[in-house]
Design a binder for this molecule. Structure first.
Ligand code: ZN
Length: 134
């Protein structure tokens, strides 16, 4: 793994959260995007080399709405940048981590992604992401 790619924060209202983070950071999100495979809308802020992703659920049937219902708004996942997501998935599976999908999925911000279940990672939801080269 190369570095923390971004930190994902679950929010109940993305518009309000974008305003709040604009007041906090002094910059606007560089992108807002619907990820229909996950039923979420996301926005991304860049601070130097660091990125923050805000996520709002669309409707009821998605991980973010469920997360907020049980835990409230807050840090949802930490995402790590990898060069070869398929081989990292294989390696981590062999190490005993529970990967939530058999194959990488198309995620937000032009990335291939997968998630590691917090049960197998000390209570932290981990996202792996690999930049898609166009
Ligand atoms: Zn993420």
């Amino acid at each position: 793994m190369n570095k923390i790619e971004h930190i994902g924060i679950a929010v109940s209202n993305l518009k309000d959260a974008n305003q709040r983070y604009f007041r906090l950071f002094g910059v606007k999100p560089y992108k807002t995007e619907e990820v229909l495979s996950e039923n979420v809308t996301t926005s991304f802020f860049r601070l130097g080399e660091s990125k923050i992703e805000l996520l709002e659920g669309i409707g009821e049937n998605n991980a973010i709405t469920k997360f907020i219902k049980s835990k409230g708004e807050g840090i949802h996942h930490i995402a790590y940048d990898v060069d070869d997501i398929a081989s990292e998935m294989k390696r981590l599976k062999n190490e005993g981590f529970e990967i939530q999908s058999d194959a990488p999925k198309i995620g937000a911000d032009n990335k291939l992604v997968c998630f590691i279940h917090p049960k197998s990672a000390g209570g932290v939801l981990i996202e792996l992401c690999q930049e898609i080269n166009n």
